[in-house]
Design a protein around this ligand. Structure first.
Ligand code: BYC
Length: 481
């Protein structure tokens, strides 16, 4: 069997030898029409007939996996792709540290593993649902193509989790796979499982923030699951991570280009004060304080995705060998965490305090800290862009107690600098730190579609290079095809 190149002769492209696995093939073929219906109903609104310049994975070799071509989205070849197996892989953490990685699911971890696979799977279609209206206001064909690329790959990530459910979890796996197509982002009756995936993505700045912050949570969670002692999960997450990198690129460059355009417009108009919001907005660009508010919102929503700082669920997932730490194999310790501690920020007697907790139960906090470091590096890169244009402003990540709904700080309110506020003061201050409805209206007023090749909406700079090295006026989406 060829485990590097993907077999596209099959209806469901794969590198897992599905033709020989009749039971799973049949189950997936049974699930496929429901998936296509979901894509038609909940995937990008409009543009389903457009020819989109998309990349499709042809191999799982990190050096040459993608092929670019025009594809109608409903014809995208969603498939099952696992990174190649690592010979003699050992479980890299927990009570089974050093034992051979599992190729089948051990009975004692079945329920926990299934729950994590379902949570991961649930986020993927949720993000497509959240972003489905954005094609209509794309600031360029380049951006529209990137949106659709992200959407089809999130669809493929759903396939990745559904494969695991069908192959390893029998009847309850099949039922969970069906449920993944039934829940809907923002629905009252059947919402998506995690908070941030039920929020609206109303405009393109939200989309860029989402792909910067929330896809980065995806990266951290996938990195932890890629360490899993359950080898098929590890392999599927490893390949998903190669796709995820482009999503974060879309977010980072999207925010960077927005910031750049704002600063350049301010300089050209001779506006020195970044807080003179009315003057900056009159230029038709998004003022930096509003960008900061959007950042505050998306960062805090994404912090909630890490769960409680102190979590026995996380401890159990680690000890039982299901979910490791970020870059587990490069950490120099016993990989069992039976005796070590980790500092956790907690809310104690009205104060925010750093206290040592057993490292095992503090794993969500640790992963969140790794995430924060990764985010902070990105914010530094935005600040370099601002600095280069000579504008005097710095973007910053808000304090972890700001705007939280999960964990230690869920019942308190704090400013972005971490000062605790009573409810009355929070109500007064809130609009200073989070996007208000009038901020939303202003951003919405800029969201006019630009569909001429090589043209960009006036609130965002063009990218430095094209996708697949295409020239600036390349027609990334042929709308009238
Ligand atoms: N919202 O011990 P706790 C991505 C629940 S993003 C609602 O605090 P635990 C992507 C929790 O389920 C990555 N409920 O937390 C990005 C539990 O409920 P039960 C997605 C929440 O379990 C962009 C209870 O609270 N992948 O891929 O240690 C586009 C107490 O739980 C939330 C994963 O998240 C919340 N935010 O950790 C597309 C990886 N947080 O069981 C895709 C898999 C907690 O008591 N998931 N709860 O009823 C996990 O590893 C963990 O489940 C969590 C939570 C990190 C989410």
């Amino acid at each position: 069997m060829d485990i590097i190149n993907v077999d596209y002769r099959e209806k469901i492209p794969n590198n897992v030898n599905l033709t020989e696995d009749r039971r799973v093939l049949k189950a997936l073929e049974g699930w496929h029409p429901g998936y296509l219906n979901w894509w038609k109903d909940m995937g990008p609104d409009g543009f389903q007939e457009a020819m989109v310049y998309l990349r499709t994975a042809v191999s799982v070799d990190p050096k040459g996996w993608a092929k670019f071509d025009y594809v109608k989205m409903p014809d995208y070849r969603w498939g099952i792709l696992l990174a190649p197996p690592e010979e003699n892989r050992k479980i890299p953490f927990g009570e089974h540290y050093g034992e051979p990685a599992w190729q089948e699911v051990p009975g004692e971890i079945r329920a926990t593993l299934r729950r994590l696979v379902v949570i991961q799977g649930d986020t993927e279609p949720a993000s497509v649902e959240q972003q489905r209206h954005l094609g209509k206001t794309a600031p360029s064909l380049y951006d529209m193509r990137n949106l659709f690329q992200v959407n089809v790959e999130e669809g493929r990530h759903l396939w990745a989790m559904v494969y695991i459910l069908h192959k390893y979890f029998g009847r309850d796996g099949r039922e969970e796979a069906d449920e993944l197509l039934r829940r809907r982002s923002g629905s009252d009756d059947a919402p998506r499982m995690l908070g941030a995936f039920n929020e609206a993505t109303p405009d393109w700045l939200s989309f860029f923030m989402f792909t910067f912050f929330t896809d980065r949570d995806g990266k951290m969670q996938l990195e932890s699951l890629a360490q899993s002692g359950f080898d098929p999960l590890s392999r599927t997450c490893r390949f998903m991570l190669t796709e995820e990198a482009h999503h974060m690129f879309v977010g980072e460059t999207g925010i960077g280009r927005t910031v750049q355009r704002t600063c350049e417009a301010m300089k050209a108009a001779g506006i020195e004060d970044p807080n003179d919001i009315a003057k900056v907005r009159a230029l038709g660009v998004i003022d930096l304080p509003t960008i900061q508010k959007k950042l505050n919102l998306h960062y805090s929503l994404s912090l909630d995705l890490f769960g409680s700082e102190v979590s026995t669920n996380a401890a159990n997932a680690f000890s039982s060998g299901i979910k490791g730490r970020f870059r587990e194999t490069t950490i120099d310790d016993d990989h069992r965490l039976e005796n070590s501690t980790y500092p956790v920020l907690k809310y104690i007697n009205g104060e925010i305090k750093l206290v040592d907790e057993p490292a095992l139960t503090a794993l969500n906090m640790r992963l969140r800290d790794d995430y924060t470091q990764d985010c902070a590096k990105g914010v530094e890169r935005f600040n370099k862009i601002i600095e280069r244009t000579g504008v005097n402003f710095k973007l910053a990540l808000p304090h972890v107690a700001f705007n939280r709904r999960i964990g230690e700080f869920k019942d308190v309110e704090a400013t972005p600098s971490g000062v605790l506020l009573d409810p009355a003061n929070w109500a007064k201050e809130k609009d200073k730190h989070l996007p208000s409805s009038s901020d939303g209206d202003f951003i919405a007023s800029l969201m006019k579609p630009v569909m001429e090749p090589g043209q960009f909406a006036p609130w965002i700079s063009p990218p430095k290079v094209g996708i697949d090295n295409k020239p600036g006026d390349f027609e990334y989406v042929q709308i009238a095809a």
